[in-house]
Design a protein around this ligand. Structure first.
Ligand code: PAF
Length: 284
């Protein structure tokens, strides 16, 4: 694997790949890699001749300075994991290289920014849209791979690609979970073993709601949403920020469970002061 830190070198290497008519699969990450990221690399590798990953902890997308400062960094370990997964190139720029000046631009996302993560993390999706746009301009991949764990991020990136005509196919890959059901996340590294055990109840709640939703087709959503909140609130170590049952594609609120519709249960909750998100998409 070739590691690259400058934008100029990245462009030069990509031009070489294009001369060979190689298709490029791209996996943008913020590092602290886990099996979820590796599944994206494997998918990119399987469907493209060249696989490029990036590691860049993007300051623009952190609405909370403490969260940014505590974000785990383990570049040496990540490099080994990427090599083992067969990644061809790693782009690992510094903040000064990526943002020679702090961007004055902000991206107005619209309705998606007023719900769920958007409502609770002001400016987050503008920061994601800016970093992803810049990375897409630099890498110019054929396909880019994202995890379904960040369901709303995927919706924002699909909107970005559609509305700004990036000629890139966005591939969403399934959530990879621990044996306990806990969704893999770089933030899990900040949890103790006991914290991880408590956090696994988030997935149990999603499974509980899946059954309740399937039994409740044709009924209002609100009582089932409350059942989910009550389920999580019974655990002292979990502080729920939101639990919402929404339309799976638009992530907008629904009032009734229509037969044949796709719904998503989206949760954000704190365990040991670590903010975790998870979701489950269910076909009714
Ligand atoms: O999902 C992430 O790790 C980040 O939000 C991304 C897409 C790499 C942008 O910084």
């Amino acid at each position: 694997m070739i590691s690259i830190t400058s934008i100029q070198d990245l462009r030069r290497q990509i031009a070489q790949e294009r001369l060979k008519s190689h298709s490029i699969g791209f996996v943008p990450t913020m590092g602290a890699l886990h099996k979820g990221h590796i599944s994206l690399i494997k998918e990119a590798k399987k469907h493209n001749q060249t696989c490029i990953a990036s590691i860049f902890v993007n300051p623009l997308q952190f609405n909370n300075v403490e969260d940014f400062n505590k974000y785990p960094i383990q570049n040496e370990k990540d490099i080994q994991l990427l090599k083992d997964a067969g990644c061809d190139y790693l782009f690992l720029p510094s903040v000064a290289e990526f943002y020679p000046a702090t961007p004055k631009l902000s991206i107005h996302i619209g309705p998606l920014d007023r719900i769920l993560e958007g409502a609770h993390r002001p400016g987050h999706f503008s920061g994601v849209a800016i970093v992803v746009s810049k990375l897409f301009h630099m890498v110019m991949p054929d396909k880019a791979y994202f995890g379904q764990k960040d369901l709303q991020q995927v919706a924002v990136i699909n909107q970005l690609v559609n509305e700004l005509d990036f000629p890139i196919e966005i591939i969403t890959c399934p959530i990879i979970r621990e044996e306990s059901g806990l969704a893999m996340s770089s933030r899990n590294m900040r949890l103790s073993a006991a914290g991880k055990t408590v956090a696994a109840n988030i997935f149990l709640c999603l499974e509980f709601l899946e059954k309740a939703l399937k039994n409740g087709i044709g009924t209002p959503v609100q009582p089932i949403q409350k059942m989910g909140m009550d389920f999580l609130n019974q655990f002292e170590g979990i502080r729920v920020e939101y639990l919402e049952i929404v339309q799976a594609d638009t992530l907008q609120t629904i009032t009734h469970l229509e037969p044949g519709s796709n719904v998503a249960v989206c949760v954000a909750a704190y365990v040991e002061e670590v903010r975790l998100i998870d979701n489950l998409v269910i076909i009714l």
